[in-house]
Design a protein around this ligand. Structure first.
Ligand SMILES: [Zn+2]
Length: 284
């Protein structure tokens, strides 16, 4: 990775640290305030299983339209059914006016054996607007309108963001619970030291934390986000059935990944190839 790219990532991450408690976001604000998954690492309970939708009445109609769009795809239907019919996992979905164009996933809860048993997805009340940046969110960003491209509907944009959040839940259930919790515990310590030591990543205290966490906060965070994006791409693969439009989006995604996320290319490549009847759109 070039030093300028490292500098850009570092700058974005520092902005993220400073904006974790900011509410609301737009496409030109630091995208890391878009998704506050690092900010709510633990909590929640599982006592009934299934999907618990806690939607204020004033948001009900828009939520139902977003959900309908998500469920109009095979990927969305399968994932919804997986959680709805799972008595050992409680997925709570709610809507908040904070971080209105974004969403977050957190309140993770594990049982004693380390199995993930609960999570909460909080959707922004204006989820159908706003595009995160291409560095960490190459899939959602691919939907940005251009002169040549008629944008997808707000409902599809919102459903893409829902798919991103489902991606976080699916991934967190696969990773080592102890490591995830250790990361959640140590990342704030790392950030505190980093912001107070002149932002020197070679500080021995930070190097020790990196060893324990298996990465820096930036690498841990971006890995999680790219898993969310992988699931968003899976949804779009099924949602955009017209070949030329899907190819347009897929080549945009590929362009952003080439520029910013080359080392994560494989997971996106697998999505592009996952449906044998789908054109590869330049991903072969
Ligand atoms: Zn995310």
């Amino acid at each position: 990775m070039s030093s300028s790219r490292i500098a850009i990532r570092l700058a974005l991450f520092i902005l993220a640290l400073l904006s974790l408690h900011a509410s609301g976001t737009t496409a030109d604000k630091p995208i890391t305030s878009w998704d506050k998954s690092l900010a709510s690492p633990a909590g929640g309970t599982s006592d009934q299983g299934g999907i618990k939708e806690i939607i204020p009445a004033k948001y009900s109609s828009r939520y139902l339209a977003w959900k309908k769009d998500f469920l109009s795809t095979q990927a969305g239907t399968d994932q919804w059914a997986f959680y709805e019919n799972n008595p050992q996992f409680t997925l709570t979905i709610t809507i908040s006016a904070d971080n209105a164009e974004g969403a977050s996933t957190g309140k993770y809860h594990w049982d004693q054996s380390g199995k993930l048993v609960a999570a909460t997805i909080t959707l922004g009340s204006r989820l159908d607007a706003g595009y995160p940046n291409p560095i960490y969110f190459p899939v959602m960003n691919s939907l940005v309108a251009t002169e040549q491209y008629v944008p997808v509907s707000g409902n599809t944009l919102a459903a893409t963001k829902i798919a991103h959040e489902f991606g976080h839940v699916l991934r967190t259930a696969q990773v080592d619970a102890q490591l995830y919790q250790l990361q959640s515990q140590l990342i704030p310590q790392y950030n505190k030291i980093f912001l107070n030591n002149g932002r020197r990543a070679d500080d021995p205290r930070l190097l020790e934390l990196v060893k324990q966490m298996g990465g820096t906060p930036v690498t841990i965070w971006e890995d999680r986000e790219y898993w969310g994006e992988t699931n968003a791409m899976l949804y779009l693969r099924d949602r955009i059935t017209e070949n030329s439009m899907r190819c347009f989006l897929f080549s945009r995604i590929r362009h952003s990944i080439d520029l910013y996320a080359k080392q994560y290319e494989t997971r996106f490549f697998e999505i592009a190839r996952s449906n044998p009847s789908t054109k590869l759109c330049g991903w072969q």
